[in-house]
Design a protein around this ligand. Structure first.
Ligand SMILES: Cc1cc2nc3c(=O)[nH]c(=O)nc-3n(C[C@H](O)[C@H](O)[C@H](O)COP(=O)(O)OP(=O)(O)OC[C@H]3O[C@@H](n4cnc5c(N)ncnc54)[C@H](O)[C@@H]3O)c2cc1C
Length: 607
């Protein structure tokens, strides 16, 4: 097993909102070890030599091409890096696995097939399979002999996945479940051998009297199991996406996955990891496309000058870089937390698969944030790249238009970004109700600070004191709003669940806190531990992002206050919000020029 990254203090899921972290403990990409860098290089070379030159053929869904590319990836040992050695995997640490996901990202359709196979395809078996099922399927999924898919969505149930209508009835002999129904949008369906299918167990013969939403493992070729035609999609055209139809499909009882009626645990827990992996791949895509934009801006001349010399283009280049850097920081911070939790569970004697499952579950909220931040950063980067390319961005020559189309799916699948924003809030409120997240104590302190002017929290000193204060204050702004919303919800004055606009406001503030805190810690660590780097660039990223984040917190906070605070209390809340979002004005124009000029000099995204 490869080296494991640990920290001295492990924050629980969501605890970053009320606790501070030591920047020295943060894992940052500047700390990749040699083994990790070698894996990165291997994947990068594979994508550049074995995938990108085949893009046109992949986009045309040439039969057998994606599966053969998955097989080639398997030959490099890269389909089982998250699997135990006992089953033929290489059990690499979480950070290395994240790096693999990131490096696969620029491959578009291949990346989607890879993530579906190794994530939502293989993980249900690892997490919930019996020992026999694991032995039967996982070694072959690791070598690529078998390919996997995950079948949750139906024509009438997407976000509301548990409302699936497919049924599973136990036969009289108790030997088989009979499955009927239809699944939609199934990635890898065209070539998959193993399908994790969810259906409602019902009928006259209930196993041990149990019924409800349940997982099953279906093998290709079962009688009554058929596929629809390939969907004609906006993007990721090279990834197979089909419907599946089940008409009296006989599935042996041995292929029940997990427990009857507990399919929701499989469906949702697997999605935590899926969302994280998606965010990591988006990061890789965003960094690659940002580099393409920089190169074009250097080469393309208008008005006798490279367009990279224009302030409007510098803004875009810098902003793309800032979003890539922030996303990267958040992705690896989450990877480290999950890895540390996994280690803790293993040290307590939990089984391999359970440690992984429970670690991802602990950080469900962070996984949702990574999905949102990754997909929205990528969308920003591809959109502005089309703009930097001008008319050529609108042409199917080159990869920019394809990247633009491919990117869009990421805000939709693995739970839409709206659903994930709701997951963020509901996870926090549940943890608070269970007493796992103490929002009360900081809530009282913030109230005191607002009413009596008694400053709460630690005082900050040193080069980053203003930034530390700003992040600490964002947390106070959130606590002020969240605490009041929770109080109103408990008192019956506010039905938070149906006030989704407010949930979205609060989720966005939480994401700003996560992003700004990680970014600040990374820059502080670079300043101390990587003195060879040009700290001015990192400071410019940090201060520009914080400048913008303050405005965004003001906007989200003001909307929330206007939406649920009683009118006579609104002025006090607005005063509190202003107090907690103060960050000195930054010369963002000069900061962005500094960042853009540096990238243009280097010729690619290289921060
Ligand atoms: C290319 C592609 C590949 C896919 N691969 C797979 C796969 O391999 N396996 C699989 O099972 N599924 C897969 N999906 C399905 C995907 O996960 C769903 O499309 C997604 O979950 C959204 O469901 P839906 O399309 O039914 O949209 P809907 O659920 O109908 O949502 C429509 C809109 O309403 C919003 N909405 C829905 N409910 C709420 C709510 N309660 N509150 C606020 N807003 C809400 C959504 O955010 C969205 O904006 C894939 C989809 C695509 C397009």
């Amino acid at each position: 097993m490869s080296p494991i990254t640990t920290t001295s203090k492990v924050l629980k899921g969501g605890a970053f909102l009320i606790e501070s972290s030591d920047f020295q403990d943060l894992f940052i990409p500047e700390d990749f070890n040699e083994e990790q860098l070698m894996v990165k290089q291997t994947v990068q070379s594979f994508v550049e030599q074995d995938i990108l030159p085949f893009t046109e053929r992949i986009e045309k869904l040439e039969e057998g091409l994606i599966p053969s590319k998955l097989n080639a990836f398997a030959e490099l040992g890269l389909l089982g890096t998250h699997m135990p050695e006992s089953l033929g995997g290489s059990d690499l640490d979480y950070i290395t696995n994240t790096l693999i996901g990131e490096e696969v990202g620029p491959s578009g359709s291949f990346s989607v097939s890879y993530n579906a196979h190794t994530g939502i395809g293989m993980l249900p078996i690892l997490y919930y399979g019996t020992e026999v099922q694991k032995q039967q399927y996982l070694p072959k999924l690791i070598t690529g002999e078998l390919k996997a898919s995950y079948c949750l969505t139906e024509p009438s149930s997407g976000s509301d996945a548990l409302a699936a209508k497919s049924t599973a009835m136990l036969n009289e002999a108790g030997t088989h479940f009979i499955l009927n129904g239809q699944k939609m949008w199934i990635t890898n369906a065209g070539f998959a051998d193993i399908f994790t299918v969810f259906a409602q167990v019902t009928g006259d013969h209930l196993p041990d009297g149990k019924s409800g939403f349940t997982g099953f493992l279906l093998e290709k070729g079962l009688e009554g199991f058929t596929l629809g035609a390939e969907e004609k999609k906006l993007g990721i055209k090279g990834s197979s996406t089909r419907q599946i139809f089940m008409e009296n499909v006989k599935v042996p009882v041995e292929n029940l996955l997990g427990e009857v009626g507990k399919g929701h645990l499989i469906a949702f827990n697997v999605l935590n990891t899926g969302r994280f992996k998606l965010g990591a791949s988006c990061l890789g895509g965003a960094k690659k496309v940002a580099s393409i934009a920089i190169q074009y801006a250097i080469e393309r001349e208008q008005f006798k000058k490279p367009i990279a010399s224009f302030g409007a283009i510098k803004y875009k280049i810098a902003e793309q870089a800032i979003r890539c850097f922030v996303t990267e920081t958040a992705v690896y911070r989450t990877a480290q937390l999950i890895q540390n939790a996994e280690n803790q569970f293993k040290n307590k004697g939990r089984a391999y698969a359970d440690s992984k499952l429970e670690a991802a579950e602990e950080y469900a909220l962070e996984c949702s944030m990574i999905k949102i931040v990754g997909s929205e950063s990528l969308d920003y980067v591809v959109d502005e790249t089309v703009q930097i390319f001008g008319g050529m961005g609108y042409s199917e020559e080159g990869n920019v238009a394809r990247a633009y189309r491919d990117s869009r799916i990421n805000r939709i699948f693995e739970g839409t970004n709206e659903i994930n924003r709701m997951v963020i809030l509901s996870t926090i409120l549940k943890s608070a109700m269970k007493g796992e997240l103490d929002l009360m104590t900081p809530g009282i302190a913030v109230q005191n600070e607002l009413m009596n002017g008694v400053a709460s929290g630690e005082a900050f000193y040193g080069s980053y004191a203003l930034e530390q204060q700003a992040v600490a204050n964002f947390k106070k702004a959130l606590i002020m709003l969240l605490g009041t919303a929770a109080q109103q919800a408990m008192g019956g004055q506010l039905d938070l669940k149906s006030e989704q606009e407010i949930l979205m406001n609060l989720s966005d503030i939480i994401i700003e806190i996560w992003n700004t805190e990680g970014l600040l810690m990374r820059v502080m660590k670079i300043a101390v531990q990587h003195p060879g780097r040009d700290i001015d660039i990192y400071n410019a990223i940090l201060r520009t992002y914080l400048h913008d984040a303050s405005s965004r917190v003001v906007k989200q906070g003001t909307d929330a206050i206007a939406s649920f605070i009683l009118p006579d209390l609104q002025p006090a809340f607005i005063t509190g919000l202003r107090k907690f979002t103060k960050y000195p004005l930054q010369n963002v124009k000069e900061n962005r020029r500094l960042i853009a000029d540096y990238l243009v000099k280097e010729g690619s995204y290289c921060i």
